[in-house]
Ligand binder design. Structure first.
Ligand SMILES: Cc1cc2nc3c(=O)[nH]c(=O)nc-3n(C[C@H](O)[C@H](O)[C@H](O)COP(=O)(O)OP(=O)(O)OC[C@H]3O[C@@H](n4cnc5c(N)ncnc54)[C@H](O)[C@@H]3O)c2cc1C
Length: 472
């Protein structure tokens, strides 16, 4: 895929390579697996072959190889956010540590955040154990204060880690120390956290799918779940018939908003990415970044960067508008104004890339719950499990979800089944048109707050209505 334009689908088949650089360079032809041939029974039936569905299947089968686990995927494994993301496998949780402490207390927060660190390790362990060529690289994460307005946020993040006794291997960096790692214009300091890796996400998703199959799991692609039912007879419905199971798992993240029963549970928000061509040695000498850390600044509107294994800069960010009715369409993966803003910002950050070509641009939907708090839940009386609402931080979190859902479904009481994310029930989003009005208001408001902070050098107050409604 060399531009934002995607070739038209022919005869109902999509060019799956065109959905991201990662899918383009996945190293396989992406011919869909067979669809569900007809009604069937399973012990566990899973909607969605992204990281959440696949990790859940993986840990279920690891613990009990006798289970019949069936995964239904409307496109192909790795089609969703899992095959398109910014490559960060990161220990951060979508809700800030300060807010987690306020909601759940210090000990529960610490347990959760330690499990998130463990998830980064666990992804690396499984990738090695299963021989998945996912380019897992443990470079850590660097939050950069770009401009003086962002310095307090870095210091606050460090103090939050201290409050939890988790600051030991974090490093607060001044401007010079930051520049030793990476030269970004306007960088006043940074916070380095070693608990982060980069991955080739499509390879991870596709490799995991094969690992699930090796364990005896069955994956049916091009099979859309149209409805589900819990209760005495849990089932997933498709055009080919129902899959009846002891437990069903809803692992469709943003796409869950397409199911009538879950329409208001998550808000699909598009995150978009641009990618440069491989940079020259001279350009890299100017930029530095030998450590290949995952890099972000502290804007509400979110930016995330990674350096690919083949020497490109990936620059991602939010800002694309929410679509009325929580609509998700392939055409929304491209939003030229946002993609152009990302290219412009990348050049501002790295003058060395002036003149470099941007070869790829793509995007995809992520899911925001009303309170930004992911849920990992299972109701044994209904036989319905779900994990969702990662707010754009789902790579490592989905691994934690997979282990958690497997333990919950198997009735095991473990360290992860007592975490505050378990059986958390956020309230629903407002009905339309309020949802659209609110989402657009917050998106525009936060962008204004970011711009003002950059212009004035003053940190955001946290008190504007948009900040109160739209940040946690
Ligand atoms: C552009 C972008 C960048 C991101 N960057 C990062 C990052 O750097 N780090 C990070 O931690 N997180 C990032 N995220 C978020 C992260 O990728 C996701 O949170 C994570 O991949 C979610 O995994 P999932 O399996 O729950 O959902 P998905 O990967 O979206 O998978 C859901 C799957 O379910 C299928 N499906 C949906 N509905 C149905 C149905 N009715 N029937 C059958 N199948 C269905 C879909 O086709 C899809 O394959 C990013 C997200 C986006 C969009």
């Amino acid at each position: 895929m060399t531009s934002t334009a995607r070739p038209p689908a022919h005869a109902g088949t999509k060019d799956y390579h065109s959905y991201s650089f990662w899918l383009e360079t996945v190293g396989e032809d992406l011919t869909p697996r067979p669809s569900l041939p007809g009604p069937t029974n399973a012990d566990v039936a899973i909607l969605g072959a992204g990281f959440t569905g696949l990790w859940t299947a993986y840990y279920l089968l690891r613990q009990d190889p006798s289970l019949r686990v069936v995964v239904l995927e409307s496109e192909i494994a790795g089609f969703g956010a899992s095959g398109r993301n910014g490559a960060w496998c990161n220990s951060a949780f979508p809700v800030t540590p300060g807010e987690l402490i306020r909601r759940f207390g210090r000990d529960a927060t610490r347990d959760l955040l330690l499990e998130m660190r463990g998830a980064v390790d666990e992804v690396g362990r499984v990738v090695g154990a299963e021989g998945i060529d996912a380019q897992y690289f443990r470079g850590g994460q660097l939050r950069v204060a770009r401009g003086s307005a962002q310095v307090p946020a870095i210091e606050d993040a460090y103090q939050s880690a201290r409050a939890l006794g988790m600051e030991e291997d974090l490093r607060l960096l001044d401007a010079d120390e930051t520049a030793e790692r990476i030269r970004i214009t306007g960088a006043r300091g940074g916070l380095y956290n070693p608990h982060c890796a980069t991955i080739q996400p499509a390879r991870l998703a596709r490799g995991l799918a094969r690992a699930v199959e090796r364990l005896g799991g069955e994956i049916f692609e091009r099979t859309t779940v149209t409805d589900y039912e819990g209760g005495s007879n849990p089932r997933l419905s498709t055009e080919a018939g129902e899959v009846r199971a002891g437990a069903i798992v809803l692992a469709g993240e943003a796409y869950l908003a397409r199911l009538r029963k879950l329409r208001r549970q998550v808000l699909p928000i598009y995150s978009l990415i641009v990618l440069t061509e491989p940079l020259s040695e001279a350009q890299w000498a100017e930029i530095g970044w030998e450590g290949r850390e995952c890099v972000a600044s502290n804007r509400y509107t979110v930016d995330y960067l990674s350096r690919t294994a083949d020497g490109r800069i990936l620059f991602g960010g939010r800002g694309a508008p929410y679509h009325f009715g929580s609509s998700i369409q392939d055409e929304y993966d491209s939003h030229e104004a946002t993609h152009e803003m990302l290219r412009h910002t990348a050049r501002e950050w790295f003058p060395a890339i002036e003149g470099a070509r941007f070869t790829h641009a793509w995007g995809g939907p992520l899911a925001m719950p009303r309170d930004w708090m992911p849920t990992m839940s299972y109701d044994p009386s209904e036989g319905v499990a779900t994990a969702r609402g990662y707010t754009g931080q789902g790579v490592a979190t989905a691994n934690l979800s997979g282990r958690t859902l497997a333990d919950l479904i198997l009735g095991r009481d473990t360290a992860v089944t007592g975490l505050p994310s378990v059986n958390h029930e956020p309230r629903s989003w407002e009905p339309e048109p309020l949802r659209w009005l609110g989402a657009r208001y917050v998106q525009r408001g936060l962008a204004r707050v970011d711009d003002q902070a950059e212009r004035t050098g003053q940190p955001p107050t946290g008190k504007t209505l948009a900040e109160r409604l739209g940040s946690h």
